[in-house]
Design a protein around this ligand. Sequence first.
Ligand code: XMP
Length: 535
Amino acid sequence: MQQKIIILDFGSQTTQLIGRRVRELDTFCEILPYNKYPEDDSDVIGVILSGSPYSVHDPEAFKVDLSRFMGRLPVLGICYGAQFISHSLGGKVEKADSREYGRAHLQTVDKTNPLFLGFDDNSQVWMSHGDTITAIPEGFKCIASTADVKYASYTNGKDVWAVQFHPEVFHTVQGTQLLKNFVVGICGSEQSWSADSFVDTTVAELKAQLGDDKVILGLSGGVDSSVAAVLLHRAIGKNLTCIFVDHGMLRKNEFRDVMHDYECLGLNVIGVDASEKFFADLAVVTDPEQKRKIIGRDFVEVFNAEAKKIEGAKWLAQGTIYPDRIESLNITGKVIKSHHNVGGLPKEMHLQLCEPLKWLFKDEVRRVGRSLGMPEHLITRHPFPGPGLAVRILGDITPDKVRILQDADDIYIRGLRNYKVKLSGEEARLVLAAGVPANMQNGEIEVSLYDQIWQAGTVLLSTVRSVGVMGDERTYEHPVALRAVTSTDAMTADWAHLPYDFMAKVSNEIINKVRGVNRVCYDISSKPPSTIEWE
Ligand code: XMP
């Protein structure tokens, strides 16, 4: 049986990060809404309670019945989790005089306690809370304090631990050590969750589940669907048929190059050039949501028409990954953009759904891809939106505009791949933790700018024109905006601080080589309040 840690989500921004940190310890974990603790927990070895935007005193605060697991399994409360335990067991939580936010240092810490083994004096932690614990429950003792927070950590000395800081965030320097102490030292994880073990068990499971059945899979050229395809191909070989639709708004040469990659991997792929249909249906459409809806609808139509030709297919496989599925506690519940992913389920064909990557985070998908021997350029590809360049061209879409954008974008992306940077310290640690293969030499790694960022793309501002001069000629053409962001999950993102000499070179090359563009801007907005894509 696969051991697992349960993380109960009380709606914090960093809950997914706790999950990733636990997985980095080669331990399987599941993130569940705070009120969905499983009936059968025979495979659970420990429970973590996350942070929350609420105060324990808010009438609408999320509550959990601790007796479901406390006393039987080790428990770690983080931030709100720590306050909730205190509040529930007779301690006291009060509004802090000032919001405790940012870096702090553990002035006292019980380094003999199993949670803090290996800790240094004055270890830096990250605080982010408006309430503070002013009394801990009877039978509990304080095991760490900062200058401002007396009960930075407390325990009952047996099976309950709580920390008011966030061990999962990068700024808690020994956060990984703390989580390892809990997950491995206290809960007894065997650390047997790895990409290789995932491939072995999943291939065996897929063989048993699918037998001789035929399976259809929609490929997008992206990492998730490609890894899902190779995994399925390993399990069922030629019984897998992949469909890759070209809607005409992919990157320059992408359809050709990716088809070639797929064929080299031995996949059975049907490539469908449906660009004319998409361009015809999108003509004169300028509204972003309408564009997305048309593309989503056309995609399903084209995909289904191809899928119907595959006789006897019983399954539809998708590259859905864990963050796509986590039932997050979205407190506003508003739709910002309608996302369309490849291949709606053709209902009349009665296909069953197969999602072999549904438990994996993005960096784990990449590790699985490497374990399957896939080429590095496929594995490290940036995410790309389903509607493609259509949501990166403001205003209406024409084949000409797509060509201009493809050419500008190609210069930018090739530039990012070719520009190497040396990283050390925390920056290097972050990049290595994301699974980028690089060798540490003299404390430094060398990676491309492309590998250092989450996602980059170019936007054609085709509703805007500005004056320029080229040679002796006046120009009156469109600007492009370059976008590059750092992120871990695309939920939040920061604009990447690209080197000036790189931007200067790319700007020159685009303006000199791409007819129709006479100005290059760089997008310096973070998400929120902006989004990654412009439409
Ligand atoms: P936003 O623009 O919402 O994008 O900040 C977040 C992430 O989602 C990608 N994206 C999409 N992915 N279908 C997809 O599969 C879509 O319709 C879609 N729209 C945006 C975007 O590229 C970024 O990684």
